[in-house]
Ligand binder design. Structure first.
Ligand code: SAM
Length: 448
């Protein structure tokens, strides 16, 4: 660990050694998915204990903790458990649904009654008679109640690409049953369950994070899987409820928003602490990974439009003026440009958009408020993309002091560890030629 208020922010990275107590090696999957953390898969989730430790060290009860790339809401849940108000933002509608479900806490008795009723009703429903050659499936035919923001134009054929007609009918039954629930918290809870089971009941290859189809995959009954997962989630809700009651934190606000990190819905100087893990450049195409939920719930009319909102995207990046504010970023972009001009454009845009996010974080932080960024470095086109060092330069130039840099090892069970060196994308262990993120940085900056 290096503590400083250095003139040259890159000095903070010299002679760093991994700090074993930040690796959380001893934690089991059960411990990292306690309470509501296990509701829904999400790529590059925080370890809750890591977020908790940063909250403990850099804030006090009653403070406002913010996560501008909240993903599945890990920071918000931990902040609530520790009696800090929190606000999170993500452009991804799937993140918004999952974070809403995970941060709300439902009276366990009320939830279990609703769960028994809903699953009783679903399991009684006769299996649908269907023919795969039947006319194209549409939402209208199944009379699924529309949910806010749904835009279904262009989607039905794509739904048939991923799901059998039998599964579509079962999913529609579930959706319809959820739509009849009057309590919004219950609907959110069960929509989250539904979103989580879309992958196992689709043709999406179970062992692939990428959208790969496996048509011979055995497809489980969606209603049974839904009820099984909802029961597991209900146990998580009970655990969350009991912890919050013990800590007298049931009423502590934790507010997810669907918004862009460059426009936080907060007044100037309102947040004491920002904890976040930004998107990685061209490695996770969040829009593609979450297309089943976006497709099912009708959150985007096509994949291209859906992708465009994400920072770190690798599809459809046009040549635009960029401003990184970091000499190191410019150097990295030039090096990549010698090999692949398209990739260079993507990286330049990524650093430029991240700079806009940091400007916004600076605006909302109180003076002397802290920003904790969890980020790993990677390789693209054979060039090392030193995200952490670039961020340190950008933050320093904007008026942050880099006060601490922690290097942590990532136990392999928590994050994918392999990358293809040329594309920078996650790859199978056997196919990869580079171990990705065996370590990552926690960059701590103070608003000066
Ligand atoms: C590394 S993930 C965060 C995971 C999170 N820490 C968790 O525990 O689940 C980064 C997130 O940034 C989001 N993101 C990408 N572009 C964004 C933008 N312009 N504004 C807000 N969020 C964005 C992605 O949707 C993704 O959820």
């Amino acid at each position: 660990m290096v503590e400083s208020g250095l003139v040259n922010p890159l000095q903070a990275f010299e002679r760093l050694a991994p700090e074993p107590d930040w690796a959380f090696r001893e934690l089991t999957p059960r411990q990292t998915s306690y309470a509501t953390h296990g509701y829904h898969r999400y790529p590059a989730k925080f370890i809750p204990q890591l977020a908790a430790r940063l909250i403990e060290e850099y804030s006090s009860p009653g403070d406002l903790v913010v996560d501008p790339f909240m993903g599945s809401g890990t920071t918000l849940i931990e902040a609530k458990l520790m009696g800090r108000a929190s606000l999170g933002v993500d452009v991804n509608p799937v993140a918004y649904l999952v974070a809403r479900a995970k941060t709300q806490c439902i009276d366990p008795v009320h939830l279990e009654q609703a769960l028994s009723r809903l699953c009783g009703q679903l399991m009684l429903t006769a299996p649908p008679i269907f023919f795969d050659a039947a006319p194209a499936w549409t939402y209208e035919k199944l009379q699924v109640a529309p949910i806010p923001g749904r835009n279904t134009s262009g989607w039905p054929s794509r739904l048939h690409y991923w799901f059998s007609s039998a599964t579509l009918h079962q999913l529609a039954q579930i959706q319809k049953a959820i739509g009849t629930l009057e309590d919004e918290a219950l609907r959110t809870f069960f929509y989250c369950t539904l979103s989580h089971i879309l992958k196992p009941v689709s043709y999406w290859h179970d062992r692939s994070v990428k959208p790969t189809r496996r048509l011979e995959k055995p497809i489980p009954d969606a209603r049974k899987l839904f009820c099984r997962h909802a029961r597991q989630m209900a146990q998580g809700n009970r655990e969350f409820w009991e912890l919050l009651c013990q800590r007298k934190a049931l009423e502590t606000p934790a507010v997810p928003h669907r918004a862009d990190a460059r426009q936080l819905p907060l007044p100037d100087e309102s947040a004491t602490l920002i904890i976040t893990s930004p998107p990685y450049v061209t490695s996770y195409e969040y829009a593609d990974l979450h297309q089943l939920s976006a497709l099912w719930f009708g959150w985007a009319s096509n994949l291209r439009e859906f992708r465009e909102q994400f920072i770190g995207r690798s599809n459809g990046v046009r040549a635009v003026e960029t401003r990184s504010g970091s000499p190191l970023a410019e150097h990295i972009v030039r090096q990549i440009g010698e090999v692949n001009s398209r990739k260079a454009r993507e990286v330049a845009l990524y650093f430029s958009e991240m700079r806009e996010c940091f400007t916004e974080m600076l605006r909302v932080l109180v003076p002397k408020g802290h920003l904790c960024l969890v980020i790993g470095n990677t390789h693209l086109c054979g060039v090392e993309v030193k995200n952490a060092q670039v961020f340190a330069e950008q933050l320093h130039a904007l008026g942050f002091a880099i006060t601490r840099v922690i290097l942590r090892e990532i136990p392999s069970k928590i994050l994918p560890r392999t990358r293809d060196k040329a594309t920078g994308k996650f790859a199978k262990v056997s196919a990869a030629d580079y171990i990705a993120y065996p370590t990552e940085y926690i960059l701590i900056a103070r608003k000066s």
